[in-house]
Design a protein around this ligand. Structure first.
Ligand code: FES
Length: 108
């Protein structure tokens, strides 16, 4: 079996700053873990990826279908009053589908 790695670039907006992040497929378990490691926003990812706390809420641009774990995400997004294009970063996998996306960290 071949171990194929895809280079991935992302632009992340966090509290007025823009971060250009480089990674590769499956380097992190989820987009939340990547953002937590590279930027460490305060109070981000409180439930450690269970899809329950809503603190990893992000807006994705452009809106596309992304591979995800789909753990509790729909319910948590409803509770958080999420807008269009909002997702839980902890449910998004690090793969080629997120290459080139802009991600904005949303604060409630
Ligand atoms: S880390 Fe809690 S919902 Fe994503």
């Amino acid at each position: 079996m071949t171990n194929h790695l895809t280079n991935i670039s992302l632009k992340v907006h966090c509290e007025g700053e823009i971060y250009h992040i480089q990674t590769y497929s499956n380097e992190y378990r989820s987009l939340m873990m990547l953002i937590y490691d590279k930027i460490s926003p305060e109070d981000f990812g409180d439930c450690l990826g269970m899809g329950k706390c809503g603190t990893c809420l992000v807006e994705i641009e452009p809106e596309i279908v992304l591979n995800s774990f789909q753990r509790n995400e729909e319910t948590t997004l409803l509770k958080a009053g999420a807008v269009d294009r909002s997702r839980l970063a902890c449910q998004i996998l690090i793969d080629e589908h997120i290459n080139g996306l802009a991600v904005k960290i949303l604060r409630s």
